[in-house]
Design a protein around this ligand. Sequence first.
Ligand SMILES: Nc1nc2c(ncn2[C@H]2C[C@H](O)[C@@H](COP(=O)(O)OP(=O)(O)OP(=O)(O)O)O2)c(=O)[nH]1
Length: 211
Amino acid sequence: MTSVVLGSASPARLRVLRDAGLDPSVLVSDVDEDALIAELGDAAPHVVVTRLAQAKADAVVAAILSDDVPAGADCVILTCDSMLLLDGELSGKPHTPDVAIAQWRRMRGTVGHLMTGHCVTRLRDGAVVAAAADHQSTAVRFSDVSDELIERYVATGEPLKVAGAFTLDGLGGWLLDGIDGDPSSVIGISLPLTRRLLRRVDVDVADLWRA
Ligand SMILES: Nc1nc2c(ncn2[C@H]2C[C@H](O)[C@@H](COP(=O)(O)OP(=O)(O)OP(=O)(O)O)O2)c(=O)[nH]1
């Protein structure tokens, strides 16, 4: 039986996978995302999020192998990175209210693209036997909301710790006019893309579903 490791601290990603029938273990990577983004310079947005997902995968694989994963173990490691592309500029989590308010004042009434890089790595007998990576981009239409609603939303604290300062499945849903594309990718991990990447490492997603 192939086991699943989610290489992410994201509660949203874990919830998406659990709601979709998987019971992953969690192993958080310790990648310095800002340093890697700086190193990537003016790389295309999809390259940035995909490389970040791959860097997280490398860190989790190294952690697993350093703990001498039992021989014969067969596992897939899922890692992701999400950022919002708006007017050609990528942004991650705002972290502070001022940044979140400024972000919302820029994006209200416009369309952004939530970009999520994905990497699926297969380990067997303590070695990487296959890996596949790609990205998903989903258009997000932001409502033209008032300064007051922006400030009250930011005051909840929710937007500070999510890419693009919004959620699709939380309070942020009140401030969106809609999306064009894959909702799971916006929340944190694209189920259809992950299914295709699992196929590329010779795993059928239905074999991972809890009984
Ligand atoms: N619930 C929810 N979370 C969202 C949404 N959009 C983005 N996020 C979250 C998912 C991720 O936790 C976070 C994106 O940041 P990262 O891709 O760097 O992941 P994070 O640092 O959380 O964990 P990781 O780096 O994978 O250990 O934003 C959404 O619509 N709903």
